[in-house]
Design a protein. Structure first.
Length: 286
């Protein structure tokens, strides 16, 4: 096989991955995000740019969804108002576009993205199976979604990122994400890694594995709509995401806990997979 063949394969793989994550409008959105002139919320040297540009986000994103599902009210909102089963890749594309716009896009575009999400949140409300009312715009629920996401992205980057952050960088990343969280309606989000851990611990009494959460976990880990060739890599991705969850989060979701296997086989497979994604996506970054 020639170098040209390898290059063509790499380009095709990168395009396929980018298309799955960013959707059919991905190339157009990427051009707008990166080429629109004007000030940004975050300068190029900020940690949020390093973390959110890395292939480790694939693992962190899946881990975040699993962790977020443990809050019964947040999960009720997803189950009743989200088409994650019927259109999981559309939901992924919308989420990835929001992250890209707020991290790398022009400030005006980032604010419009936030305003759009807040408008959607105002319409998402209902009653959970346990009888409690919920609203997507509730600052307390917003904070849970935020800290679960921030913790997941940061942990994935520390384990699988190409350039893991030092302590100062990790604190700065949490502080960066707090800026977006406040614009979305979170009140006083954590701004250091230590504060992030404290907030996560404070939510633990509210968390539980509902039937909806376990159903979502089964769908995300075992039965997502994927082409045959993508199933084996996705299985490795799912295993890496589960291995990053704390033990207290796995039991309620009926997920396994196998430390020796996770520290060796799963972690090695995760590094190979994320490295492969990074290699393929780099060819498609221009």
């Amino acid at each position: 096989m020639t170098l040209y063949d390898f290059g063509a394969i790499r380009t095709r793989m990168g395009s396929a991955l980018f298309g799955m994550v960013a959707g059919p409008e991905g190339p157009e959105n990427r051009a707008r995000i990166h080429e629109t002139p004007g000030p940004r919320w975050f300068p190029e040297d900020r940690p949020i740019r390093r973390v959110h540009a890395d292939a480790s986000m694939f693992v962190g994103g899946l881990r975040a969804l699993l962790l977020q599902s443990l809050h019964p009210l947040a999960m009720a909102g997803v189950a009743e108002h989200s088409d994650y089963r019927g259109d999981p890749w559309g939901r992924l594309a919308r989420t990835s576009t929001f992250l890209a716009v707020t991290t790398f896009g022009a400030a005006d575009d980032a604010q419009r993205a936030v305003d759009k999400v807040r408008g959607i949140h105002r319409r998402v409300r209902g009653t959970a199976p346990d009888g409690r009312a919920y609203e997507a715009g509730d600052p307390h629920l917003l904070e849970w979604v935020h800290i679960a996401e921030t913790d997941s992205f940061l942990r994935a980057h520390q384990l699988y990122g190409s350039q893991p952050l030092d302590q100062e960088g990790r604190d700065a990343y949490v502080a960066d994400t707090a800026e977006v969280a406040m614009k979305l309606g979170v009140v006083d989000p954590p701004r250091t890694e230590a504060e992030l851990a404290e907030r996560l611990a404070a939510y633990r009494p509210e968390l539980s594995g509902t039937a909806a959460a376990r159903d979502a976990a089964r769908f995300l880990l075992l039965t997502p709509p994927l082409p045959v060739l993508a199933r084996a890599p996705y299985t490795a991705l799912a295993a890496a995401a589960v291995a990053m969850l704390p033990r207290w989060a796995r039991g309620p979701l009926w997920l396994p806990y196998l430390p020796p296997v996770e520290a060796t086989v799963v972690r090695s497979a995760g590094h190979v997979l994320v490295g492969g994604i990074r290699w393929a996506m780099t060819a498609n970054a221009g």
